[in-house]
Write a protein that binds this ligand. Structure first.
Ligand SMILES: [Zn+2]
Length: 205
């Protein structure tokens, strides 16, 4: 068991079982959207802290999900070995089990919380964008309150409330600076919502 910092905010623990990299068919849709988000600076790396941000996942079967590996934000394109499969999450302990060649994103617990909230959700995209984040707060988009630490049981409960039976949408994480999450039954649903908000934001500035 090793520990990792989550953007300097909380700690999470993971166990990584070494396994072959995922098949391309398992991550190709994530990679397509990721390349676009990278170009739009929704995925990247904070230059001073050298901390990566933005992570995408999709459900595999009923209990697992594939997610981008930790500290890959600076890469324009990912390869198979940069993706990893999360096989178990424990929100109470803050622990994650994964199999692959790279530790899972430190925000895996947040993704897990969304999948827990609805069985029909198959994709969860987490991006960072300061202007979109402000725009969503100012315009009262769905949000998770500032005092809720992400990747916790409280966050899972809050996600359940914010989703409120919706199968696709986006919300802003007020307590996680620049942080936005979208979700959907398909990658297109989850992706297009973010592009719409991006356009809305840019047309106002
Ligand atoms: Zn984040």
């Amino acid at each position: 068991m090793e520990t990792n910092r989550d953007e300097g905010v909380i700690k999470f623990q993971y166990t990584l079982k070494m396994a072959p990299a995922p098949e391309k068919t398992e991550y190709i849709k994530l990679e397509k959207w990721r390349a676009l988000f990278y170009k739009l600076n929704m995925i990247g790396e904070y230059p001073i802290e050298k901390v990566g941000f933005g992570n995408l996942s999709s459900r595999i079967g009923s209990d697992n999900f594939i997610i981008t590996g930790t500290q890959t934000g600076h890469l324009a394109h990912l390869e198979a070995h940069h993706y990893t499969v999360v096989t178990d999450c424990n929100l109470k302990k803050g622990s994650v089990e994964a199999r692959g060649m790279i530790p899972p994103s430190s925000e895996s617990l947040t993704h897990h919380a969304i999948y827990e909230a609805s069985n029909t959700i198959k994709y969860v995209f987490h991006i960072h964008h300061p202007q979109m984040w402000k725009h969503m707060i100012e315009n009262e988009f769905d949000s998770i309150a500032e005092n809720i630490p992400y990747g916790t049981q409280a966050m899972a409960t809050a996600a359940l409330e914010v989703l409120d039976g919706k199968t696709y949408g986006a919300f802003v994480m007020k307590g996680h600076e620049d942080g936005i999450i979208s979700y959907g039954k398909t990658a297109e649903e989850a992706g297009k919502i973010l592009l719409d908000i991006y356009r809305e934001t840019c047309s106002r500035n």
